[in-house]
Design a protein around this ligand. Structure first.
Ligand code: PBG
Length: 308
């Protein structure tokens, strides 16, 4: 009877798997703060992506881990950089049946770990960063991404990406905007996953956890600039934000269950302190109940299998 009257459902197609691919790797490399998650080699990425698709996930969000990083994140704009090369691999392997997404941000590619380039005072330079995002967008779309995920929280990033795509004739490539992204401690393990050491903090461009109206304003701007989907991130500590964004947005809303949310449950489960599967599914259904149409989660493949 409970199953019959349940108000919320989680379906495999609503789950998006974030994946990491490491330049030059010949074997998958474990991410110690995210047990079960790896930095893939190009080969193991292809295989794991096929498994995710067979489990029924709706899409894949890809992050690249370059061997060399520099001040301007050159590896991100290079059409042969690791992220773009791996996008090409995956598009070749998966075709058009699975939505392929790419992280459009500089922090994986910069030696200072910021999401943009820095000015002479060491602050992130919003507008100088935008022109790099425009180049990255074209490179990622040409490499085969169906949806680009600008995640750097630069003002105007969605508009600039849309304009660059249209100017290059890439009119079918969509934008999943990280609209409401908080300066969160829950991104901690992600730094290990992309081998990023951050100098300073992200307080000049990511949001204060105390704010919800700010998220509505950020989302409204992204919608006006051409976002096809909007995202709230992290998820579990921001369920009210997901609900608020759901209510004001007429496009699909995604939520990102981030690295720290994953690590928290894995660590407690490893100690036998909570029931792993029940805890994972409870968070996923709660994020859906809050209003997310899609959930990015490192458990996507496994959860999709449980749901079948
Ligand atoms: C930025 C980006 C980050 C994450 C996704 N995209 C890091 C950040 O903004 O600090 C975090 C994802 C996670 O923690 O799982 N490229």
């Amino acid at each position: 009877m409970r199953r019959m009257v349940a108000e919320t459902e989680v379906a495999p197609r609503q789950l998006i798997l974030p994946m990491f691919v490491k330049e030059g790797a010949t074997e998958p490399v474990a991410v110690s703060s995210m047990p079960g998650v790896v930095q893939h080699s190009r080969d193991s990425l292809r295989k794991a992506a096929v498994e995710a698709v067979q489990a029924g996930v709706g899409g894949i969000m890809l992050f690249g881990v370059p061997t060399t990083k520099d001040a301007v994140g050159s590896g991100g704009v290079d059409p042969d950089g690791i992220l773009n090369a791996a996008l090409r691999d995956l598009r070749g392997e998966l075709g058009d049946d699975t939505v392929l997404m790419s992280d459009l941000c500089l922090d994986e590619f910069t030696d200072h770990g910021h999401c943009g380039v820095l000015d002479d005072d060491g602050r992130v330079d919003n507008d100088a960063t935008l022109s790099i995002y425009a180049q990255m967008a074209v490179a990622q779309a040409e490499a085969g991404a169906h949806l680009l995920g600008p995640s750097g929280m630069m003002d105007g990033q969605v508009g600039v990406v849309r304009e660059a795509l249209d100017a290059a004739g890439l009119i079918d490539t969509g934008i999943l905007a990280y609209s409401a992204k908080y300066a969160s401690a829950f991104f901690g393990p992600f730094r290990e996953a992309v081998e990023s050491t951050l100098t300073g903090d992200r307080l000049t461009y990511q949001q204060d956890p105390a704010n919800v109206r700010e998220s509505l304003r950020e989302t409204a701007l992204d919608l006006r600039e051409g976002a096809d989907l909007v995202m709230v991130k992290p998820a579990l500590a921001y369920l009210d934000v997901i609900r608020a964004v759901r209510e004001m947005s007429d496009v699909p809303v995604a939520a990102y269950q981030v690295s720290g949310e994953y690590a928290m449950i894995e660590a407690a489960a490893a100690k036998g302190w909570l029931d792993r599967r029940r805890a994972v599914m409870e968070t996923l259904v709660s994020i859906r109940r809050a209003g997310a149409d899609l959930v990015l989660t490192y458990w996507a493949t496994e959860a999709a299998r449980w749901l079948r």
